[in-house]
Write a protein that binds this ligand. Structure first.
Ligand SMILES: NC(=O)c1ccc[n+]([C@@H]2O[C@H](COP(=O)([O-])OP(=O)(O)OC[C@H]3O[C@@H](n4cnc5c(N)ncnc54)[C@H](OP(=O)(O)O)[C@@H]3O)[C@@H](O)[C@H]2O)c1
Length: 330
């Protein structure tokens, strides 16, 4: 697949490293950033060169500023988008995704905001041009939950409960282990998993964004991030967190989404003291997990034993492979 990578920060660079280090069915023909240059290379671009440039003098300015002209110049098969989420408008990512799908170019994104705000519109555009958009890296990184859920056949997902934000987990666990909030945040930042704006993680916005995304994709909802009842990890005082640790409780920011019999969807994010019998209790550090309940009465729990930038990069590649394999749109 000829691919343009939009965004080469933590995740974009993790993706370039994966392309550099392991065989993948992806030929890079462009890399776009905001402040580290924009390069196109219709004949192909070595991932190691792109990585070196973005980490040193920058990528230069061979790519046009207008994204539609980038598409015309390099005729990509797929756009891989890793731009910071803008939970209010979804921009500039939403515009990029729309332009790609309208031009019949597949989209793989790690960015929740455009999916929350534009899922149905993007589905419609993709269906018209026969282009797919996939987004495994948006929730639980490389765990292919959307691909699995799309193959549950006649089972509808009616309830979801999950630990979906790694940074708040690292911060809460660090405090419960006796250290400080700022040290916890520094740990998450060093792992490259924190959002560019850490308020998104700690105040629950990122988890709320994922909850809205799951409600819209899995339950046919039309939730915005502000429709999710939200309490952040800072709502629980350090003393309380440490006392809970002594009782063997693990605090995590837990997202819950429920579709009621009348079709209404309720979604919330709040810090919860997990007890040892909770299916999400085994999660340590920034690891995430999710429990889904279906209309047929089945319950599935997926726990992700690893987490980090490489898992998210794997999620992006999973989506590329799914498109190449002709899997149906999720
Ligand atoms: N990091 C993770 O582990 C992870 C995991 C799953 C999902 N995600 C999602 O992936 C996205 C990126 O996360 P990140 O941690 O990689 O963020 P990041 O480190 O802040 O990197 C963002 C990148 O996007 C570029 N960018 C910003 N505006 C752009 C534009 N208009 N056109 C092209 N490039 C633009 C930035 O360019 P400059 O650097 O030049 O400013 C930077 O290269 C977010 O939506 C995040 O939620 C991240």
């Amino acid at each position: 697949m000829r691919a343009v990578l939009a965004g080469a920060g933590s995740l974009g660079r993790g993706f370039l490293k994966r392309l550099r280090d392991r065989p993948a069915p992806v030929d890079l023909v462009g890399v776009l950033t905001a402040h580290h240059g924009r390069m196109i290379a219709p004949e192909g671009l070595e991932p190691s060169l792109a990585l070196n440039l973005v980490e040193s003098e920058g990528l230069g300015s061979s790519a046009p500023d207008d994204f539609k002209q980038v598409i015309e110049a390099v005729s990509p098969d797929v756009i891989i988008e890793c731009i910071p989420q803008n939970i209010r408008t979804g921009e500039p990512a939403l515009g990029i995704l729309r332009s790609a799908l309208d031009a019949g170019v597949h989209v793989v994104t790690a960015n929740k905001a455009p999916i929350v705000l534009g899922y149905r519109d993007l589905l419609h555009r993709g269906a018209k041009s026969r282009a797919q958009f996939r987004f495994e890296a948006t929730v639980l990184d490389g765990l292919p939950i959307f691909t699995v859920a799309a193959n549950l056949f006649d089972a509808q997902i009616v309830r979801v409960r999950g630990v979906l934000n790694a940074t708040s987990s690292v911060v809460l666990e660090t405090i419960q282990d006796g250290s400080t909030r700022s040290r916890g945040l520094a740990r998450a930042q060093a792992q490259g998993i924190a959002e560019a704006d850490s308020v998104l993680d700690l105040d629950g916005w990122d988890a709320a964004s994922k909850a809205a995304l799951l409600a819209n994709v899995w339950m046919g909802g039309a939730l915005r991030v502000v429709d999710v009842a939200r309490k952040g990890s800072d709502e629980i005082k350090d003393d309380h967190l440490r006392a809970a640790a002594e009782e063997g409780l693990r605090y995590r920011l837990v997202a819950e989404i429920q579709k009621n019999d009348d079709g209404n969807i309720r979604a919330s994010v709040e810090p919860v003291a997990l007890t040892p019998d909770d299916s999400l209790y085994p999660l340590r550090g920034g690891r995430g997990g999710i429990t889904i309940e279906t209309s047929l009465g089945h319950t599935h729990t997926w726990l992700q034993e690893s987490h980090g930038v490489d898992d998210a990069a794997f999620g992006l590649l999973h989506d590329c492979r799914a498109i190449l394999a002709g899997l149906s749109q999720v």
